[in-house]
Ligand binder design. Structure first.
Ligand code: ZN
Length: 269
């Protein structure tokens, strides 16, 4: 689902890349649903899909669309949330339970704790006040895998360099039934939070599987973050996992490493 985001991002540029990334793989049949600012009841039948990928932000869904969507995910539907889609719907409690953590949209301490990796484990900080949603400069950072045996991460390097992206931090949310697959260090020296922030995680919402990846900043004419091979693999495997609970997409021979990032163009470019 695409069609409306915010002044910092381009859902058109993101979709131009995110959809072909799926179409390159023979496991997916994709349909692009382009919405305007508002989605009215009866516009979309979520039940037709194994997984819904959200590439939207400042949109308005009617209450019956929201309740249809809650039923769709809780009864076993898949959901994938990319980058600024976790800024959406700050007021919708069930959506925030689905996505685990969200940012911006006037969220504050009442949205839930900060959640990050520290001293070998994850820490919920209910005490600190402060902003919800932050990123520093778009400097290279390391992605550190925390669940190497999860189907989405299996076989990927234990750490790899990711470039040209925003590293979201200081997100807040309900953090229910959530498993963080990978974190990234947000360096204070380049305007970051100083924390090892969750970058990819899963949430169990009823019988539904949610995959949330905070990576993938795309603005008009700038989709370079999406060209990271590590990001692409986590994305397509995350979509398959959210749809089926399994991952059949194999890894290529060339992978990024802790020493060097790896980028590629689409096969169809
Ligand atoms: Zn962004």
């Amino acid at each position: 689902m695409t069609g409306h985001t915010d002044k910092y991002h381009s859902c058109e540029d993101a979709s131009e890349y995110l959809v072909p990334l799926l179409n390159e793989r023979d496991v997916f049949n994709t349909e692009v649903y382009t919405m305007g600012m508002t989605l009215h009841g009866g516009s979309i039948d979520f039940g037709r899909y194994d997984v819904v990928v959200l590439n939207i932000n400042q949109v308005v869904w009617d209450e019956d669309v929201k309740s249809d969507f809650e039923k769709y995910v809780s009864s076993g539907g898949g959901l994938v949330v990319m980058h600024e889609a976790d800024n959406a719907f700050p007021e919708w409690g069930e959506f925030n339970r689905m996505i685990g953590l969200g940012g911006w949209g006037d969220r504050d301490k009442s949205a839930g704790p900060y959640y990050y990796w520290k001293d070998g484990g994850f820490l919920k900080d209910f005490e600190s006040s402060g902003p919800c949603g932050w990123h520093g400069q778009r400097v290279p950072f390391m992605i550190n895998v925390r669940q190497p045996m999860h189907p989405i991460m299996k076989g990927l390097p234990s750490a790899w360099l990711h470039v040209n992206d925003e590293l979201y931090g200081n997100l807040r949310g309900p953090v229910e039934n959530m498993e963080v697959l990978a974190t990234g260090f947000s360096d204070e020296r380049t305007g970051g939070t100083g924390k090892e922030e969750p970058v990819s995680f899963t949430v169990a919402y009823g019988n539904g599987r949610v995959f949330h990846c905070v990576l993938g900043h795309t603005s008009k004419g700038d989709n370079v973050a999406l060209k990271n091979v590590g990001y692409q693999l986590v994305y397509v495997r995350g979509v398959e996992w959210a749809a089926t609970g399994e991952v059949t997409i194999e890894l290529p021979e060339s992978l990024p490493s802790a020493e060097s990032a790896l980028q590629r163009e689409l096969l169809c470019d």
